[in-house]
Ligand binder design. Structure first.
Ligand SMILES: NC(=O)N[C@@H](CC(=O)O)C(=O)O
Ligand SMILES: [Zn+2]
Ligand SMILES: [Zn+2]
Length: 345
């Protein structure tokens, strides 16, 4: 039985750090495990310009714990008015690593998002031309579409046509949650990749709704039926080089989650690597973990694999019920549970 895993320092290809005191509170959890992270731009106001992204990056670097070797990879928040020239300039200046599409109204701080993918067609053509990665929250937002169907409908109505029209565009289908998305990615060409969160590998929708309503299991896209979860686990552990680690760690204060209208998001950064290692261990696929966590993401983004390493040991640890930060409490994923893996050092 494998009791230690030593891999190149992984990266988190989908991370919400927020800003100010919350960012200072959550950043150390990520910097302890990951060398780089794609920093999502859905702040208030959203990070839509080169200057805003550069300033945000500088705030993150300034907040890093002493001696932490962590590189934030910044993204542009696309809107209906995004100018292709700005995206090109930001990418060529090395400020934007990618651009993120939030369908307007789809999730946290997405009100300024894109109302129709057609509105950013010129931006996407520019991104395809310069080789800039397009990250997408893949859900439709029409009121008549059931929330459990929004990702599958997005593939049909928006993503599949886009990939057909712009096969040279490098697309990361973020936080996939369905068998349809897993199949779409598996059947797509070399320019379509996906991130998968730890929660969507661990829970199905029962975790949110059976025996009481559990707001800390609620995120978007919402957790689906069991067969979807199993298809994600199969894809994550399959060795497919276009699937990689993206936690979608999305911190919201306990009072914002335990609420009549609770925020969407699961704060999984504190125990992310241990959470993923548990899944690969359960699937008897620890040999596939290094590619998923440390190699596939850099390869897709055209970045080097880390020269540093991290080690996980098979050792139990208790996950606390809450973590105090920014003057209040945040509930981590796996709160109150015992995990069977521990990050050494
Ligand atoms: N995933 C979530 O449920 N929420 C994310 C936004 C997102 O990734 O959709 C957040 O920023 O809170
Ligand atoms: Zn999202
Ligand atoms: Zn996200």
């Amino acid at each position: 039985m494998t009791d230690t895993i030593t891999i190149p320092r992984p990266d988190d290809w989908h991370l919400h750090l927020r800003d100010g005191a919350v960012m200072e509170g959550v950043l150390p959890y990520t910097a302890r495990q990951f060398g780089r992270a794609i920093i999502m731009p859905n702040l208030v106001p959203p990070v839509t310009t080169i200057d805003a992204a550069a300033a945000y990056r500088d705030r993150i670097v300034a907040a890093l714990p002493e001696g932490a070797a962590f590189t934030p990879l910044m993204t542009a928040y696309l809107t209906d008015d995004t100018d292709p020239a700005d995206i090109r300039a930001g990418f060529e200046a090395g400020v934007f690593t990618a651009a993120k599409l939030y369908p307007a109204g789809a999730t946290t701080n997405s009100a300024s998002g894109v109302t129709d993918v057609a509105n950013v067609r010129k931006v996407l053509e520019t991104m395809a031309e310069i080789g800039m990665v397009f990250c997408v929250h893949g859900e439709v937002t029409h009121a008549d579409i059931d929330i459990f169907d929004r990702e599958a409908v997005f593939i049909e109505r928006a993503l599949a046509p886009l990939v057909r029209d712009l096969p040279e565009l490098k697309v990361v289908f973020e936080h996939i949650t369905t068998e349809e998305a897993a199949d779409f990615v598996a059947e797509s060409g070399p320019n379509v990749a996906a991130t998968i969160t730890p929660q969507h590998l661990h829970i199905n929708r029962n975790a949110m709704l059976v025996g009481g309503i559990r707001p800390h299991a609620y995120c978007l896209p919402v957790a689906k039926r069991e067969h979807h979860r199993l298809s994600l686990r199969r894809l994550a552990t399959s060795g497919n080089e276009r699937v990689f680690l993206g936690t979608d760690s999305a911190p919201h204060a306990r009072e914002a989650k335990e609420n009549a209208c609770g925020c969407a998001g699961i704060f999984n950064a504190p125990y992310a690597l241990e959470s993923y290692a548990t899944v690969f261990d359960e699937e008897d696929a620890l040999d596939a973990f290094e590619a998923f966590a440390s190699r596939n993401g850099p390869a897709f983004y055209g970045l080097p694999v880390s020269e540093e390493t991290v080690t996980l040991v098979r050792e139990e640890q208790q996950v606390p019920a809450t973590l105090e930060l920014a003057g209040t409490h945040y509930v981590p994923f796996h709160a109150g549970e015992t995990l069977g893996w521990k990050l050494a050092g």
